[in-house]
Design a protein around this ligand. Structure first.
Ligand code: ATP
Length: 134
């Protein structure tokens, strides 16, 4: 079976480096599926799950923004942060979601709503990836 190498890198270091048969990522304009031989492309990524398909298994990684660079034999994701499902601290993500929700509900004029919304989105993405719901 044909494969494509996927590298996921963050400022904290490499998160993933393996051959897969398909990668599905959430780009700024929607889901994008990448198979071996894909045309060279660069796409900005949103906050979302990256799904990596191998023979009979799929690994899911929570990715927070960045860029996806595709070449026919290799896809590289440079992300602000990325966690494999097994590395996600569920309690931390739940606390982060609670904090962001409280800020959004308090409707305080001093709140940076965009920032709180992004924090909530990061936390919900981590929770969904941890729970395998992505
Ligand atoms: P928090 O408020 O809990 O710090 P955050 O969304 O502000 O969450 P980020 O700034 O996105 O956190 O990430 C900072 C670092 O912490 C990154 O290295 C990221 O991978 C890691 N990280 C954040 N939340 C979690 C989590 N729930 N489980 C594992 N690692 C996490």
């Amino acid at each position: 079976m044909k494969t494509i190498t996927v590298n996921i890198v963050t400022p904290d270091g490499p998160v993933y480096d393996s051959e897969v048969s398909m990668l599905i990522a959430v780009t700024a304009t929607g889901e994008m599926g990448v198979m071996p031989g894909h045309v060279p492309t660069v796409a900005p990524l949103g906050i979302g799950a990256v799904r990596l398909k191998k023979d009979n298994s799929t690994e899911i990684i929570a990715v927070n923004g960045g860029f996806l660079e595709i070449r026919p034999e290799k896809a590289t994701i440079l992300a602000q942060s990325a966690e494999r499902a097994t590395d996600i601290d569920l309690a931390r993500a739940q606390e982060a979601a609670k904090r962001a929700e409280a800020l959004l509900q308090a409707k305080n004029a001093d709140t940076d709503f965009k920032r709180a919304e992004l924090a909530l989105k990061r936390a919900m993405n981590r929770i969904n990836v941890y729970e395998g719901n992505s």
